[in-house]
Design a protein around this ligand. Structure first.
Ligand SMILES: [Zn+2]
Length: 290
């Protein structure tokens, strides 16, 4: 645990902290489902698709998209309700996507792993906020090929603010350079690719996302993140091709960048060492805790 620990560690038995973090993750996962479903619809409506229903993140209350029945609180418990209802709406029996309990479980697991790694600390809570936002962004990008500014830009500022207030000046500098380089590296790649091939390989959302990852994890982490993302993107493309589910369409890169970022957040130095990237981080003086 780091010197940043602001919550009283001896007050929390470690197992209770882990249980608290997992439950927090499950409950926030349930809210992430609302963001994942509604934010792209809200954006498309604001871009002129006025036939879409008027929504906000808090209104209307949860309802079944098929029969519009209001979902009562006891049918809205993370994962458990989905299992009890056998994945169907309580009133009209329309199947409810497995994605809902999947996102809740993923948020619970991420919170648990962060709580385990970073202990009962303010730092842990901040990293959980980062991981939850990244999870929502990954699913939104996979489904809609959008990385909304509404999520990516606050994530950049939150990372810089967090390191400004709570980290060493060294890490803040790396975060600041990380945000700039994260944006500019993909921006340059985008233009080189566009000038050479006349096609767009990425979107501006990807630049802002990598800026956010740089702001949280520091400039030296960008190289491992992009390497992991490219590897994961390559594997995904191969799998899609083998499964004959790929017809040459551009694939979203955001989920892979996020996978790389989360891997480094959770794996830190040990992971970099295993991937033979430890010396890169050593040479660049990576100041990230872990
Ligand atoms: Zn229904």
């Amino acid at each position: 645990m780091s010197e940043l620990a602001a919550l009283n560690a001896s007050f929390w038995p470690f197992w209770l902290w882990l249980v608290f973090a997992s439950l927090l993750g499950l409950v926030i996962g349930s809210f992430l489902n609302v963001v994942i479903y509604r934010l792209p619809l809200m954006l498309r409506r604001s871009w002129g698709e006025t036939q879409l229903p008027e929504l906000s993140l808090s209104w209307p209350a949860s309802h079944c998209p098929a029969c519009l029945t209001h979902v009562s609180w006891y049918h809205n418990l993370p994962v458990i309700s989905w299992l009890l209802l056998k994945g169907k709406c309580a009133s009209c029996k329309t199947p409810i996507s497995r994605l809902y309990p999947g996102v809740e479980l993923a948020a619970g697991c991420l919170a648990l792993m962060i709580a385990w790694r970073y202990g009962a600390s303010l730092q842990s809570l901040a990293f959980m906020g980062l991981a939850f936002t990244l999870l929502a962004l990954a699913v939104i990008d996979a489904q809609t090929r959008l990385l909304p500014d509404f999520l990516t830009l606050p994530l950049v500022w939150a990372g810089l603010t967090f390191h400004w207030w709570f980290s060493s000046p060294e890490l803040f500098n790396q975060a600041f350079v990380g945000a700039l380089l994260g944006y500019l590296s993909l921006w340059s790649l985008y233009w080189v690719f566009k000038l050479l091939t006349g096609r767009e390989g990425m979107g501006y959302g990807d630049f802002k996302l990598l800026a956010a990852l740089g702001a949280w994890l520091g400039a030296p982490a960008l190289v491992p993140i992009v390497l992991l993302a490219s590897l994961s993107g390559l594997v995904a493309a191969l799998l899609l091709k083998l499964g004959k589910r790929w017809q040459g369409q551009a694939l979203p890169f955001g989920p892979h960048l996020i996978l790389g970022g989360l891997a480094l957040l959770l794996g830190g130095w040990e992971l970099a060492q295993t991937l033979r990237l430890g010396s890169w981080l050593l040479v660049t003086g990576w100041a990230f805790p872990g």
